[in-house]
Design a protein around this ligand. Structure first.
Ligand SMILES: [Zn+2]
Length: 571
């Protein structure tokens, strides 16, 4: 069919009217170049146009737009082995010797027509030597010779050649142009094809009329004169749009079974993964376009009915959903070619898309835990409260003071009871910093005061360094070792604060198990802490293969009941 309906005149050429017009003008005005260069992507009509030009130039009928098909030149060319037209495929004749053979024939005049026409296809493939040989002929071509070069890669053609040819740029064909030509052929051949069926060829052709015709031929061999969209799709292995509607429906409803069923159906229809994913990509694009009203049904080359179907589905999804699904699809397409198990990869990726909105569910779940009125699991609530407690920052000095003095009347500013001294210790340390003795302050930073029997005299106090092991190697502890005078100084300070004699000892010990947990919790991000304490979260992290990118600590107030109350002054 493709060969039979190959255009034979410029008036038949679809999509390249600008070229036909220019050539026609040149022929009519007798201002013809000796050499032409046709460039453009594959399948847009370069070689066909070259043949038409040869036919037109040599026809004796006298109508440049319509070679007569009757004269001996037309008959000679239509016969398939023309005497005056020589076609060379440069891709398989790259060498200088090949081109010399061709150029030898330049000197002989045409046998039947007015011109001897040399068509060199894929001319960019010629070797440098071959180009140089060609160039000599192009500089002084005989009157009766016409060269037509065709190339898909004009940037590889030497400038010396380009400057001696008239160049024509062939455009990719639009879907409408390809569909129109196929419709014309159907009418001529009595083939009953639906618009949708022809759209499938036009879309798959992707701008190439030759590809469009090849697909059309392929389908015609099976369908005969009744072509429906379904039959064309199944022959060309193109997934039907319904398949994508069921896929997006399954994704939207977190329906894993539906996702796997869809993949299975695609496989059983013999649809390969590459066209499946390409098709899904176009489908998602259409959803997005209809959602934001960017294009009309006509612009998208789909029926009004399909357009409204797209629209209703698109409105059920958010822009974010569509973009996330698209992103996952693009990732999948990139990874698929390296996969040894493409089906598994496609299935798991689609499954992830279906899991997407579970993130919202997670948010809801956490909200439910934090809601005091909810009937959330008491044990879980308790656990969350514990975590929150561990997370609560060390009390600030002011708070601590108010707590320390809560039940004691303040008698003497700067004095502490034996009961208070341990919990007041951080405040006392902070006051050293105010005095400006930085090394003394540093030596004591992070220490605790551990008091002995409250009734013993002198009152026993141990300045305690707590670390990973009993053997404390901290810088602070080292400072104390290097400044033994600090111990006496501290004793004086504490005796002054307590207004009593004390025995001060220095102690090092390892964290207790409880302390260790709190220390570890202080170092963890809230996210990591949640992961450790909530098996549900940990499971979700595993399912989503989540990666910690950023986490921030929010200050929470913990009411005595253990309920969360969001603080207004978040950290
Ligand atoms: Zn003719």
């Amino acid at each position: 069919m493709a060969r039979k309906w190959r255009p034979k005149s410029f008036s038949d050429m679809v999509g390249q009217e600008h070229i036909a017009k220019t050539l026609q003008n040149a022929i009519e005005g007798d201002r013809l170049h000796r050499a032409f260069l046709f460039t453009g992507t594959r399948g847009v009509g370069k070689t066909t146009s070259a043949r038409i030009l040869a036919r037109t130039l040599n026809c004796k009928g006298g109508d440049p737009l319509h070679p007569c098909g009757e004269c001996d030149s037309c008959k000679d060319i239509d016969g398939g082995n023309p005497m005056d037209v020589l076609e060379i495929d440069a891709a398989s004749n790259t060498g200088v010797d090949n081109i010399r053979d061709v150029l030898e024939r330049v000197q002989y005049p045409p046998v039947i027509g007015k011109y001897k026409v040399f068509i060199i296809d894929e001319v960019h493939m010629l070797s440098t030597g071959a180009f140089n040989a060609l160039l000599k002929t192009l500089e002084e071509p005989p009157e009766h010779v016409i060269f037509i070069f065709a190339t898909t890669e004009v940037n590889k053609v030497p400038q010396t050649i380009l400057s001696r040819v008239q160049r024509f740029d062939f455009k990719r064909l639009t879907m409408a142009q390809i569909r129109g030509r196929l419709r014309f052929i159907c009418e001529q051949e009595g083939i009953n094809a639906t618009d949708e069926a022809l759209d499938i060829f036009a879309e798959k052709a992707d701008g190439s009329m030759r590809d469009g015709l090849t697909y059309f031929d392929q389908a015609y061999a099976f369908t005969g004169s009744e072509m429906t969209a379904d039959s064309v799709r199944s022959i060309l292995g193109i997934p039907p749009v319904e398949l994508f509607f069921s896929l997006i429906n399954a994704i939207e409803n977190h329906d894993l079974k539906g996702v796997f069923k869809m993949v299975d159906e695609a496989c059983s229809r013999g649809i390969e993964f590459t066209p499946l994913l390409d098709g899904f990509g176009k489908f998602l694009r259409n959803l997005l376009y209809t959602r934001i009203n960017a294009f009309s049904a006509d612009d998208l080359s789909i029926t009004e009915e399909l357009y409204s179907k797209f629209k209703s589905v698109a409105l059920g999804l958010s822009n974010g959903d569509l973009l996330r699904i698209s992103k996952m699809l693009i990732d999948l397409q990139a990874q698929l070619r390296y996969s040894t198990n493409p089906r598994l990869m496609v299935e798991t990726s689609f499954a992830r898309m279906a899991w997407l909105d579970r993130l919202v569910d997670l948010r809801k779940a956490l909200a439910a835990i934090n809601d005091p009125k909810s009937a959330a699991d008491e044990a879980l609530k308790k656990k969350v409260a514990e975590v929150a407690e561990a997370l609560t920052p060390e009390p600030t000095p002011e708070q601590d003071l108010s707590m320390a003095f809560g039940n004691y009347p303040e008698t003497n500013a700067g004095a502490y009871s034996r009961y208070e001294i341990a919990s007041a210790w951080p405040t006392i340390c902070a006051s050293f910093a105010d005095d400006g003795d930085l090394v003394f302050t540093a030596a004591l930073a992070g220490t605790r005061l551990e008091t002995g029997d409250i009734h013993e005299n002198p009152f026993p106090i141990a300045l305690t360094y707590v670390g990973e092991t009993e053997n404390n190697t901290s810088w602070n502890y080292q400072q104390l070792q290097e400044h033994p005078e600090y111990i006496a100084r501290l004793q004086t300070i504490l005796e002054d604060k307590l207004q009593t004699k004390i025995t001060l000892s220095i102690k090092t010990r390892a964290y207790t198990e409880a302390e260790r947990q709190i220390e570890a919790a202080k170092k963890m991000s809230p996210f990591e802490l949640d992961l450790q304490n909530e098996p549900g979260l940990a499971k979700l992290q595993e399912i989503f293969a989540a990666e910690l990118v950023y986490s921030t600590q929010m200050k929470k107030n913990v009411a005595p009941t253990g309920d969360f109350i969001d603080s207004n002054n978040d950290n």
